[in-house]
Design a protein around this ligand. Structure first.
Ligand SMILES: O=C(O)CCC(=O)C(=O)O
Ligand SMILES: [Fe+2]
Length: 304
């Protein structure tokens, strides 16, 4: 595979222009070809994004004993300390962003100040609404009217990469797909390093673009769309000796109901690819098989 840095650029979707049919077509094409796109003119104020970024840095700078209070609600949802396999990476997290109680509990665990709480709560609400809206628009881009995504849990994770001179060239996060339906990523506005794999299998660098957000589609989106949407493979590389911080919100999948392609997306040309499954079942398969780059979906293929 070629190194990142080639001239290809990931698609950009203008959220204000989206009612335009052309933009829906663009959204669908971006989702099918890339499984990844930048959104501009979304409704999250730039000021809230930068305030949140500051809060996130403060939280990640807390003493270890406080960060450790951020315990798992589902596997991997809480504090992840730097480890032998990933010494550069550290994260705090919360499940579920759509639950005001869970957001409050997260703030309490980390002794957030009243000002920090206000920013975290405003960000959580805005990003959660945006995730649901994007789900609806993605369904609409396929010709479907769907409020399906409304009750879906949303995981939240703030990532810190402690890049140093000796780590330049190494991996901050290895190649993976996100397991859920979609991810809204506020990537570091100054520090690059995120790379996505395009249709040809080449790495494409995702360059920072302040004020915008990146959307990645995950394994649930691929299954739900009956294989049409791409579950984009991506990684984070250390390019320079500097701390990189990102904020990721993952709209996962239905809480109890099964993930299955709607009948409109199944026909003789597109036979059903996956058996219906719950998100929980799928997570277990990903964890037990250690297949992190979408291959675990193969365990759910229909027999035909
Ligand atoms: O830090 C980033 O830019 C990407 C992080 C990521 O891929 C993830 O948290 O799943
Ligand atoms: Fe990811």
């Amino acid at each position: 595979m070629a190194e990142g840095g080639n001239l290809k650029c990931i698609p950009v979707i203008d959220m204000q222009e989206i009612e335009d049919l052309e933009q829906y077509k663009k959204l669908r094409e971006a989702s099918e070809e890339w499984g990844c796109f930048r959104i501009v003119n979304h409704k999250i104020p730039a000021s809230l994004m930068s305030e949140m970024k500051k809060v996130v840095k403060e939280l990640l700078d807390l003493p270890m004993e406080i960060k450790k209070r951020n315990t798992d609600v589902i596997a991997g949802s809480g504090y992840v300390a730097p480890s032998n396999s990933n010494p550069l990476y550290e994260a705090l997290g919360l499940y579920d962003l759509g639950s005001p109680e869970a957001v409050r509990a997260f703030c309490s665990q980390l002794d957030a100040s009243p000002q920090q709480r206000e920013i975290i709560e405003a960000y959580a609400q805005a990003v959660h609404e945006l995730a649901i809206d994007l789900g609806r628009k993605l369904a609409k881009s396929m010709g479907l009217v769907s409020d399906l995504f409304k009750g879906w849990p949303c995981q939240f994770r703030i990532n810190k990469y402690n890049f140093t001179p000796v780590t330049v060239g190494s991996s901050g996060v290895q190649i993976h797909t996100d397991s859920g339906f979609l991810t809204i990523l506020q990537d570091d506005e100054n520090v690059g390093g995120l790379e996505v794999i395009d249709e040809s299998g080449a790495f494409v660098s995702v360059h920072p673009c302040p004020g915008t957000l990146l959307v990645n589609l995950g394994d649930v989106a691929k299954a739900w769309s009956n294989g049409r949407f791409c579950n984009v493979k991506h990684r984070v590389q250390c390019k320079e000796a500097i701390i990189r911080v990102s904020i990721a919100s993952f709209l996962l999948g239905p809480k109890d109901a099964v993930v299955e392609a709607p009948p409109q997306l199944v026909n003789s040309e597109h036979p059903r690819l996956y058996v219906p499954f719950t998100y929980e079942e799928y997570r277990k398969i990903r964890i037990s098989t250690k297949l992190q780059a979408g291959e675990a979906l193969e365990h759910l293929r229909t027999q035909s």
